[in-house]
Structure formats: C-alpha cells, structure tokens
Ligand binder design. Structure first.
Ligand code: ZN
Length: 682
C-alpha cells in the first residue's frame, strides 16, 4: 500500500484539528483501509473551552461521519482529563459510557462521540488511527491468527483477543499497552488495526507500513497456494442479462416483504470469481469480516443454491424466504428483552454464474452494501490463502448486529421521503411538464427514469434533478414511445438497474393544428403514433412487468381537457387523446385486482417552458382569432378561476396519483385546468 502523504499539503494545515482532518481524509480515500463510516482517528491537543480556559482535549471522529469526506465539525472535542477518570473503573454499562462521553463534550453542538473514543483516550499517545484494513483482517480472521500475526508483526503490535467495542475493549488495549509500551499499535482480533505515535505523520506511516507487511505476506502465500478452484463458469453476458430481466422482479418482491427495496447488480471479475468458486458457498456463511460491515451487509449473505439455467424464479423466492426464516430463528435465539427484529431479508445475494445482487432502501445504500461486500470478499480470499477463514461466533455477531449504539449510526441518515423505495419512469421527460413531474417525484424520494428521444436532453434533465435533490435519484433513458423495441429495451434497462418498476407517468405527446378538411394524413398518423400508440406501448410493456413482479403499481396518463371538451382545428390531437383515455380506463378495469391503479390527468393551457406550445402558438392563436402573444391571457380568461396553469400544478397532481395518498383511486380523471366547465368529467 502506498502512502498518499504530501508534505506541501500537510504543512499548509494551520492547527492540530486541520492536521487531523488531513490525515483522516488520506485514510478514508483508501477503501482498503476502511469503508463507509468505518474506522476512526484522533489527536490530543490543547484548546480553549467555552470559558476561555486551556484544556487538554481529545478530538475524535464522531459517530456516523465518513473519513474520506470528514471536516473539522465531524471531530468531537472531549475533555481528556474527565474521560480519563473512567480508566480505573472495573466495569461500565453502555448507558454510563454514553453519559460519560456526552458530559465530557466541550461543545454541545458536536456530533455524538464514537463508542471507540475511550480507546483513543486511554492510550497516552498523541495521534491514533483505527482502521479495518482488508489485508490485516485477512490475517486476524483465520484459525491460526495468533501464530500468523506473530510471524508478520512480532511484538510490534499488541494482540487483543476479540471483545466488543466499548469500555472493555478500551481497558484491554490500555492494559496490554502498559505491559508493552514500546508497541506501535494493536491488532484487534476479527476487527481491525490501531496505530499510534507522538505525531500524525508517523501514526499514518505506521498504518501504511503494517498493511503493506500483511499484503506482502498474503502475496507470498498466494505463490504457494491458490485460495480456491472454480466450481462454475460465468454465463455469457447476454444470458446473464436475460437471467436478470427474468429473475430480478421476483427477487425484489421476495426481499421487499417487510420493506420495499431497490436492487443493484455487480459482475466485477473479483465478484464473479468468488460466486463461481468451490469455497464460496462455505466461506461466505462463516460470518462477517469485521463487525462494522454488518450495518450494510448483515451477518451473512444468501448464497444461492443451484446452477443458473436450472433454477426457477419460484425456487429463488423459496431460498430468500428460507434465509429470512433463519434470521428470525437467530434473532429469537439471541434476543434480549425489548429488542425488535430488523428486516430479516438478505442485503447481499450471491448467484453462481451470474454475480452479486445487493439490496437497499435506495440505489445508494444498495451500492454501499456491494462495495462493502467486495471488501469482505477480498478479506475471505486473503484469509483462505494464508489459512482458513474464521469470524465472530453467532452470539458475538448478534451482539454487534443488534447493538443499540451501532444501530444509532443508521438513525443519523435523513428521514425517508414519501416516495422513497419507489421506482418510476416518466416519458417526455425533456419537456416542461415531464421534467416538473420527474423533479417532484425525485424530491419526494423516488428513483425516476427520465425518458425522452434526445440523449443529451435527458442527460441534462437527470443532472439538473440530481443537483437539485443532492442525490442520485434521476437516471436518463433514451426511448422512443412509438417503437416497440425501444420501449421494451427501456424497461429491460430499468429492471437490470433497479430490479423493477412501481409507477409510470405516460406523458410524451405532440400536437398539430388543422381543420379536418385540411389535415394531412402524415400529421394524423404522427399524432396517433405518439398520442395513442405511444401510450399503448408504454402501458403494455409496463403492465406486463408489473403483473410479473406482483407488487401492484400506479399509472398516470397525461391526457387533455380536449378529450371532454374538444376545440376546433385540433382533430388529430383530440382524437388520439380520446384513444389514450379509453386505453387508460380499460387498463384500470383489467388490472385493479392486482393492485395496479390507472388514472388520468387533464391539464389545459400549460405554457410555461412548453416546446409543444411554442410550435403551435401561431396557428392556435389564428384559430381563436387573437394575436399569438395573447394566447396565455385567452386560456387563463376562459377558466373559472382565471388563473394560469403551471407544469408544477400538473406535477403535484401526478405525485398524489402515484403516491399512497390515492391508494383507493383508479380509473379517475383529475382536472388541472383552473376549472373549465365544459370539460368537467362526467
Ligand atoms: Zn472498529
């Protein structure tokens, strides 16, 4: 492992806290040292407290912060002398430990100090790093770990047999340090590494050095022994894709029985080698690579039995249910009074010949689970190279998985939105109404596929939405609603990317202005192709998928006030929109029993940012005998409320119709037109 330390950058730090931030970020950048909020770093310095008095302060990473993006505010200041009063205690309950840490804070707005803070306080060294490095864990998670680590590190690192993080672990490390104050750090069995020194750079260099030594040892062993042979071959890409398209909707349903989840698929070479290996089925069931991983991956993954090609979707669902039943048994075996069972369904699913599927409340957390498990794979391979992989006992793992202080980290994430865990597709998303709809749904927490004809336009819309919601929620998709193959390919991509679909907003449309006597056949055909057949192809493909995944669903068709109150010289548009309306109603009739709801929105005169209106503004104004610039006023004046209708008004109604707030509404037309009495639905 290479050092990332840059002398120039480090010398620009203005105080101890700055230097701590710099060192922490270097560690966080290297995912082989720790992943996603794992690990912690500290420094001991002098700072003024709120009364202006100099105090010895321990700055230590607060709970939940991620080292690679850590900032000054993420390091809690603790009154070191106060924390050290606890060193003589024999025992300390979790509640007392939390109270001690809270009451030692010299800044009430600082983040909650990590439970590993005591570890940093009890060692009389200025700078410390605690990490969960892949290579170190490959040595500490083995049957012969004591012997192997002694061979690699001698007495330079203290050996600390496994004990859960908290007071007891801190005491154990402090006690071992007293006996060997020359030690440069400690190895925590089945957990990780600590290094310490009287300056930050040396502590960092020690982390890199110890990890490099472990890496070297594994590489030497790998020359003599292959960690595992292959049992299965990877299926060719087209067959893997076909498998995903068929199986993922079933897998998503099976894993969503407690809470809806989003799926993420990984087929990196390392993952494929692992799922295809002879050892994979056994070694993956031994236990977690480090306690911290369980927050994202649970104790063990589901390793699917059976070879692809022979396994059926029903069989896969049965295996998921068996996994959940086993988790339930594990929970009742080890539970303490007052504990509630977590979601028992797997977060990591390994499929021989195919790859890895992970689950999460959103794509981001499914991706985090995948990243964490890729490190677990690296650790299991390393351990199997040097010896046999070993992990925590079931009871030790349970104590960590259901530990209140660890679960607290999960509560630090922002509350979920109304449409969280939902996947939707919006057509015509490059236009004003489509974009407003996608934005509204993404703001409410949904994953939204923004589909339109123009690749650049959808990419821009997706980027705009993601910037606005500060999260990866919108995904571009080039799709022509008039092409059957294009629509099918679009939904296949949606399944492979997320695992299924929950709602569809069929919005793409075109308009032509002409009296029937002068209407060219070409325009009539194009209007029917987009405004009628386009909705049919979207409806047909999406409803097939929804029926297959058996999780209900919601459709919203953007129709028009013209369906109920047609205007002159708008024949092609109104006739096609009437076809769309009847199509939607039939779709509602055919799918109600499956929990699939179908509703329509009739907007009128949405001019704001509309490309459609810009194209027909002149001709439409001519129809009404007014100047083109008076068109907005004309439409506004003809509704009962005399108000303009905006894209956002339509989006608000869409959100209502795709959300659970309209759970009992189907086959309905909702008007968004300021009130046009001729167009009242009846
Ligand atoms: Zn740790």
């Amino acid at each position: 492992m290479k050092s990332l330390w840059k002398k120039g950058e480090a010398s620009r730090c203005r105080d101890e806290l700055d230097r701590l931030v710099y060192r922490s970020r270097l560690i966080g950048q290297e995912s082989k040292l720790c992943v996603w909020s794992g690990g912690n770093t500290s420094t001991k310095c002098e700072e003024r407290d709120f009364l202006g008095q100099w105090k010895k302060i321990l700055r230590v990473k607060g709970s939940g912060a991620d080292l690679k993006t850590a900032a000054r505010k993420d390091f809690s200041p603790l009154d070191l002398d106060k924390v050290l009063e606890a060193i003589d205690a024999q025992k300390m309950s979790e509640e007392k430990l939390a109270s001690l840490l809270y009451s030692s804070l010299t800044d009430a707005t600082a983040p909650r100090p990590s439970v590993e803070s005591l570890l940093h306080a009890f060692i009389p060294k200025k700078d410390m790093n605690h990490t969960h490095p892949d290579a170190i864990l490959s040595l500490t998670n083995t049957k012969r770990n004591r012997e192997i680590t002694h061979k690699v590190f001698g007495e330079e690192l203290l050996w600390i047999p496994y004990v859960m993080s908290g007071f007891a672990l801190a005491k154990k490390v402090a006690h071992a340090f007293e006996k060997n104050p020359q030690a440069k750090g400690a190895l925590l069995e089945k957990h990780g590494l600590i290094t310490w020194a009287d300056d930050g750079k040396t502590s960092y260099d020690l982390t890199i050095e110890m990890v490099s030594r472990a890496e070297k040892y594994i590489a030497q062993c790998a020359k003599k022994k292959k960690w595992s042979g292959a049992a299965v071959a990877t299926l060719p890409k087209p067959r893997r894709e076909a498998f995903l398209e068929e199986f993922l909707p079933h897998l998503r349903r099976a894993c969503s029985q407690k809470q809806r989840v989003i799926l993420h698929y990984v087929d990196s070479p390392e993952v494929l080698k692992f799922v295809n290996s002879k050892l994979g089925p056994r070694v993956s069931q031994v236990g977690p690579a480090t306690p911290d991983h369980m927050l994202h991956t649970k104790r063990i993954p589901l390793f699917v039995k059976g070879t692809p090609g022979k396994i059926t979707p029903e069989n896969l669902v049965r295996q998921v249910n068996a996994y959940a039943a086993a988790h339930e048994k594990y929970f009742w075996k080890h539970r303490k009074p007052g504990m509630l069972m977590l979601d028992p369904y797997p977060r990591v699913i390994l499929i021989p010949g195919i790859g890895m599927v992970t689950t999460g409340k959103d794509l981001k957390s499914a991706k985090i689970a995948a990243e964490v498990y890729e490190h677990a794979i690296s650790i299991m391979k390393g351990a199997s190279t040097v010896d046999r992989y070993a992990s925590l006992t079931e009871a030790q793992a349970f104590a960590m998985e259901y530990w209140a202080l660890e679960l607290y980290k999960l509560t630090l994430t922002p509350a979920e939105g109304e449409m969280s865990r939902q996947i939707g597709l919006v057509t015509g998303a490059a236009g004003a109404i489509g974009k407003a709809i996608a934005m509204k749904c993404a703001r409410a927490g949904a994953h939204v596929i923004v589909a339109d004809l123009n690749a650049q336009a959808v990419k821009k819309v997706a980027e705009e939405i993601n910037t606005e919601v500060k999260s990866e929620k919108a995904f571009p998709c080039v799709l022509d609603v008039t092409g059957e193959k294009s629509v099918e390919a679009g939904f296949q991509t949606v399944v492979r990317t997320f695992g299924g679909i929950d709602f569809v907003v069929s919005n793409a449309g075109v308009a032509h202005v002409s009296s029937v006597e002068k209407l060219p056949l070409r325009d009539w055909n194009q209007s029917l192709a987009v405004n009628a057949t386009g909705h049919f192809l979207i409806a047909k493909t999406a409803v097939q998928l929804m029926r297959r995944q058996q999780m209900g669903g919601a459709f919203v068709f953007i129709a028009s006030k013209n369906v109920l109150a047609p205007g002159r010289e708008f024949g092609a548009y109104s006739a096609a929109k009437a076809a769309e309306t009847q199509l939607a109603r039939i779709l509602a009739i055919e799918n109600g029993e499956l929990g699939i709801r179908v509703n329509l929105i009739n907007p009128d005169g949405v001019f704001e940012g509309s490309g459609l209106w810009e194209r027909i503004r002149r001709s439409r104004a001519k129809t009404w005998g007014i100047a083109p610039r008076e068109l907005e006023k004309y439409y506004q004046g003809r509704n009962l409320m005399k108000v303009p209708v905006f894209a956002d008004d339509v989006a608000e109604s869409v959100l209502f119709l795709v959300s659970q707030r309209s759970a009992k509404t189907t086959g309905c037309i909702l008007t968004v037109d300021g009130g046009v009495k001729e167009a009242f639905p009846r």
